[in-house]
Design a protein around this ligand. Structure first.
Ligand SMILES: [Zn+2]
Length: 342
């Protein structure tokens, strides 16, 4: 098959499009013909070596995949070739303490499609049958591929970890990102009011169109001051944070008493300081989250069918132009998801 893979770490120029080993599924796995695969920030970490692929090189990136079942392993009875599907991107062992507690995303042997094994920058990809979710005819492959990581993580952060309620206020960092554009919509779906940040004025209207009531250009305005002004000095109930560093530290100052900050990524840096006085004196919660459950992914897909959620797709590139797609994401010019289509 053809794939866009890399044999050494570096920038977009290290991505090679060409012939690659065919996926070899086990008895309880399926092979999916990729119809769309979304790019994510983690792809860039895998590529440049900050998060080297655990199975070594060469490696195929791509955690968010929609496609059709190409073939099924001998033990797989419930799925047939041709079915439209998305792949739930998290793998768990099912037997460790955390899996038994129902918290599969913190499995001690957790792995991601496209990280711990080859992913969807390819014509074909293999996955456990238990990770397959059927995709309605009403949802395009492109929309389906824009959901399993970014939108699911935002959903879990807001709905489960922060338990957002109607009329609460939410600060969403970086409206232009896949996570940010999803979080704004989900917070609105929960009945919350949203303030968000953008890095350039040309993204302000875009952020408003997603449902944000107030949009702050963080390059020219202080988002903490703007948040305080917008909430009459009170601060917001919830912050969705995925940048790290100074943004993480100052996001805590934007919270009201009893507020919750959910950290779901570290786009700029893995480090962030906390002024602990704010945390204990205001009884704040700072919680982490990664991904969500298969049931939550199915719930999101139902909202897509009904049109209550719409993944924001910036641009689609042919798989053979994966290098340009990665360059586009690295340049931070995208508004929403960037996709590859074989
Ligand atoms: Zn486990």
């Amino acid at each position: 098959m053809n794939a866009a893979f890399f044999k050494e770490h570096g920038g977009a120029d290290k991505i090679i499009y060409g012939d690659y080993r065919d996926p070899a599924p086990t008895a309880d796995e399926v092979v999916v013909r990729v119809r769309a695969c979304a790019l994510n920030h983690v792809d860039m970490l895998l590529l440049d070596g900050r998060f080297p692929p655990p199975e070594g090189l060469p490696h195929v990136n791509g955690c968010e995949v929609a496609g059709t079942i190409e073939s099924v392993g001998a033990s797989v009875k419930a799925l047939q070739p041709g079915r439209r599907v998305v792949i739930f991107p998290g793998f768990s062992c099912g037997t460790c303490e955390y899996c038994q507690r129902g918290a599969r995303t913190v499995c001690t042997r957790y792995g991601y499609l496209g990280a711990h094994r080859d992913g969807g920058y390819a014509e074909l990809v293999r996955a456990p049958a238990s990770n397959i979710v059927l995709l309605s005819d009403a949802i395009s492959f492109e929309a389906g591929a824009a959901v399993p990581l970014a939108m699911l993580t935002s959903w879990h952060a807001l709905v489960v970890q922060a338990a957002v309620r109607p009329a609460q206020t939410v600060l969403v960092q970086a409206a232009g990102s896949g996570v940010g554009s999803a979080a704004i919509q989900i917070a609105r779906l929960c009945g919350a009011r949203v303030i968000t940040t953008v890095g350039s004025d040309d993204k302000i209207e875009f952020a408003r169109s997603l449902g944000a009531e107030h949009v702050v250009n963080y390059r020219t305005q202080d988002f903490v001051e703007e948040t305080k002004r917008w909430t009459n000095k009170r601060g917001v109930d919830v912050v969705i944070e995925h940048i790290g560093g100074d943004t993480f530290e100052r996001s805590v100052y934007a919270l009201t008493r009893l507020g919750t900050l959910v950290t779901i990524g570290s786009h700029d840096t893995h480090w962030g300081r906390l002024d602990l006085r704010h945390v204990y004196s205001k009884n704040l919660k700072v919680v982490g989250t990664n991904l969500g459950s298969i049931q939550e992914l199915q719930a999101i897909l139902e909202h897509l069918v009904d049109g209550r959620l719409t993944p924001v797709i910036d641009r689609t590139f042919p798989l053979r132009d994966a290098r340009s797609a990665v360059q586009h994401v690295l340049s931070r010019k995208n508004r929403g998801k960037v996709l590859l289509v074989p």
